[in-house]
Design a protein around this ligand. Structure first.
Ligand code: GTP
Ligand code: MG
Length: 189
């Protein structure tokens, strides 16, 4: 995928305040600190999405328009323990509102940490997306942290856990899986 332009096209911190963009959208979802922004930066070959040293920093939806014909939506991370119940409920409401109502949403990249695998939040997200007929791509990131043999073992485990959604292996650090992910994303739009 040749990236000729990337523009930050706005943010939304409240339901219904999404920038009105005409392009197909792909949302990037995952728990806090899993590597959503890093994955976006790697796919786009530039440091445009902010990488957080402390988890739970991306508290809004950030919209990036690519080549003037596709939008990536960096969603706020879920599952961070250090936020109040009230804030957590608000973020969840915001994410769900977007996932249900986004007119141009074509699919959701659901990121899991290869070391942790899917947990209750991911299962809930996949169920929610299936219910709303939203296609999902499961991407296991931080694969650079494992040796080849360990990676194969984790891949098998994850494949069994995700059933009908074979996971893509990825690393924002090394670029592993980048082209495969682009192919899968383009197949959705
Ligand atoms: P929030 O927006 O806070 O929810 O986080 P995020 O999901 O956007 O994660 P972010 O991209 O900010 O990355 C969190 C941390 O994980 C940073 O320290 C990154 O450098 C690190 N990280 C992200 N992707 C990878 C990867 O593929 N490999 C390794 N080794 N570290 C990664
Ligand atoms: Mg982020």
């Amino acid at each position: 995928m040749k990236i000729t332009s990337v523009e930050f096209a706005g943010a939304a911190a409240r339901p219904g305040t999404y920038p009105k963009l005409p392009h197909p959208e792909i949302a990037i979802a995952g728990r806090s600190n899993v590597g959503k922004s890093s994955l976006i930066n790697r796919l786009l070959d530039r440091k445009i999405a902010r990488i957080s040293a402390t988890p739970g920093r991306t508290q809004q939806l950030n919209f990036f328009v690519i080549n003037n014909n596709l939008t990536f939506v960096d969603l706020p991370g879920y599952g961070y323990a250090q936020v109040s119940k009230h804030d957590r409920a608000q973020w969840q409401h915001l994410i769900e509102d977007y996932l249900v109502n986004a007119q141009h949403l074509r699919g959701v990249v659901s990121i899991v940490d290869i070391l942790r695998g899917p947990e209750a939040e991911e299962e809930a997200l996949w169920e929610f997306l299936a219910y709303h007929h939203r296609p999902v791509l499961v991407v296991a990131t931080k694969c650079d942290k494992l040796k080849r043999s360990e990676l194969e073992q984790q891949r098998r485990l994850l494949t069994a856990q995700v059933k009908d959604r074979p996971p893509l292996l990825f690393s924002a650090e090394t670029g592993m899986g980048k082209e495969e992910l682009w192919q899968a994303v383009l197949a959705l739009v």
